[in-house]
Every structure is written in C-alpha cells, then in structure tokens.
Design a protein around this ligand. Structure first.
Ligand SMILES: Nc1ncnc2c1ncn2[C@@H]1O[C@H](COP(=O)(O)OP(=O)(O)OP(=O)(O)O)[C@@H](O)[C@H]1O
Ligand SMILES: [Mg+2]
Length: 275
C-alpha cells in the first residue's frame, strides 16, 4: 500500500515544489517506487521533473474530472526515476468545474486508490492556497509535509495550516496528520533564522524534521535543466540534504506504520484451536 503525502503551505514561494521534486528523486534513488502528483496549475513540479507541461496528452485535470485514470495519465520522469501525474494551466479551470460535482473533495483520493499497489510513496505538490485543489490533496493523504522558511511571518502561516489540517482530520479525512515541518532555504548566518528555528523546535518538538535544507543555488538552477537538484548536482549541499531528508522520511514512515496484521486463520485452523 502506498503512503500518500501532501507537500503544502498556503504561502507562495516557500519551497514546496523544490521539496516535492527532490524528495521524489531522493526516494527513487534509494529504491522506492514514487508517483509525484502536480496539483498546481503552474505546473512547476511537472517541468522540474523534465516533463513538458505543454505537450501532455492527459493531466491530473482529466483524472479529477474522471475522464482518465492515473495509470493512463501518468508519465515517466526520465531524469528523476519516478512517475509524474502532470499539470498545466488547464487545471485552473478544475476549481470551478469541481464545485458542482459529486464527491468533489474526494476525486483524487478515489483515483489514487486504484494505484495503491503500484507505488511506495505518492507525493502531492499543492498550490499556494487552501483551495478545492489543495483540499483534494489533503483528503487523499496520510500526512502533510510543510516546507517553511525560518522567517517571522512564517510562524503565523504555519498555525493557520495546522488548523486547516485539524479541520480536515475532524471532518473529511481521519487518516490525515501533520508529518513534519521542514526548514528550507536555511542560512544559519542569519540570526533571525536561527532564532525562528529554535522557536519552531520549542513549539512543535519532534514534528520538526531533523534534516535542514540549506539555501543552495544548485537547487534553484536544476529546474531549468528539467532535472531534480539531487540528480543535477548530487554533490551539492542542497542535494546531499535532500537525500538525507528522503532517508529521514523512510525512517519516520516505517516507525509509524503499524505492523501488518497476521494472516487470518483458515477455517480448519480455527476449528483446531476450538478443540
Ligand atoms: N533550498 C533552496 N535554495 C535556493 N533556492 C531555492 C531553494 N528552495 C527553493 N528555491 C528557489 O526558490 C523559489 C521558490 O521555490 P519553489 O518553487 O520550490 O516554491 P513553491 O512553494 O513551490 O512556490 P509556489 O508557491 O509558487 O508553488 C524557486 O525559484 C526555487 O528554485
Ligand atoms: Mg510550487
């Protein structure tokens, strides 16, 4: 069964897409089967995976409107070694079209159920808003990864997001939990960042990932080559940090996954134990 994670933060430009693409590629490098779902009409995660958003025959839009399955619409990221359910500007229209449809919040969840055996991880790159698209992501997921910069206003934004996660958990998706806060674009020389980082740890404890992603220009250059940073320059500090993060995620997931239930007894065994 796949584990499904949303990478979300309603604030724009905080590193959601960079996190999604590099975590996908990092997990693929350590042998995991990964599907990246681009839920943002900007299509940055699609392009950053080396898949041309303008040439896609089918996208996540078709999946949300039930005119295609995930298996039909997914493409392979050759550079990243994972699959991509891509997006482009067409997806902006889905927001309006979904409003009048049945199970409008659960459309992505229903579609992903059919490929649960194909992937170990499904990573959903959310747009910078708490829209119907983001809600579809949150209703599909087991957990949320929140990338954030250690800046003063970031703390306020995170409280809003944590409240949204609580509400979705209470009303729409009992599986959903906050997996962790990921400090990104971090520069320890900036005193304010170190200070906010300490505040985060004091307030959120072990919900703050141990791995810290540094500000690193190689991560910002990689998308223009259609490659995840961990592939584009594997020795860069940013790439090394994202590989560490992929390992940390695998450890967290295996620690939180309950052991598989023992196989049910056959009728003959059950009869024997009754004797
Ligand atoms: N660790 C980093 N070091 C340097 N640059 C980074 C890093 N992470 C992201 N960036 C750059 O910061 C910008 C914003 O990052 P990104 O697109 O990942 O954010 P986002 O949260 O997905 O944005 P949006 O809200 O628009 O979807 C991009 O130009 C990206 O290349
Ligand atoms: Mg983005």
């Amino acid at each position: 069964m796949s584990r499904i994670f949303c990478i979300a933060n309603q604030k724009g430009g905080v590193g959601k897409t960079t996190t999604t693409v590099n975590l996908a590629a990092g997990l693929a490098q350590i042998g995991r089967r990964v599907l990246l779902v681009d839920l943002d009409p900007q299509g940055n995660a699609t392009m950053g995976s080396g898949v041309d958003k303008r040439a896609l025959p089918l996208t996540v839009y078709d999946v949300l409107l039930e005119s295609a399955s995930v298996a039909e619409a997914a493409q392979r990221s050759e550079s990243g070694g994972y699959h991509v359910l891509g997006a482009n500007r067409e997806l902006a229209g889905a927001e309006v079209e979904l409003v009048g449809l049945e199970r409008r919040n659960e459309r992505l969840r229903d579609a992903l159920k059919l490929v649960a055996e194909e992937y170990d991880f499904v990573l959903i790159d959310c747009p910078p808003s708490l829209s119907l698209l983001t809600l579809n992501g949150l209703c599909s997921a087991h957990g949320v990864i929140v990338p954030m910069q250690c800046e003063y206003f970031a703390l306020e934004g995170v409280s809003d997001l944590v409240n949204t996660i609580r509400q979705v958990h209470a009303n729409l998706n009992r599986d959903l939990e906050l997996i962790g806060l990921l400090r990104v674009m971090y520069d320890p020389r900036i005193t304010l960042q170190a200070h906010v980082s300490e505040q985060l740890k004091a307030h959120f404890g072990d919900k703050v990932f141990n791995t810290v992603i540094p500000r690193n220009v190689r991560l910002a250059e990689a998308p223009s080559f259609g490659q995840p940073g961990v592939v584009f320059d594997p020795t860069s500090r940013g790439a090394v940090a994202f590989l560490d993060f992929a390992r940390e995620m695998v450890d967290r997931v295996s620690a939180s996954t309950p052991p598989a239930a023992p196989p049910a007894a056959t009728p003959a065994q059950a009869a024997a134990s009754d004797r």
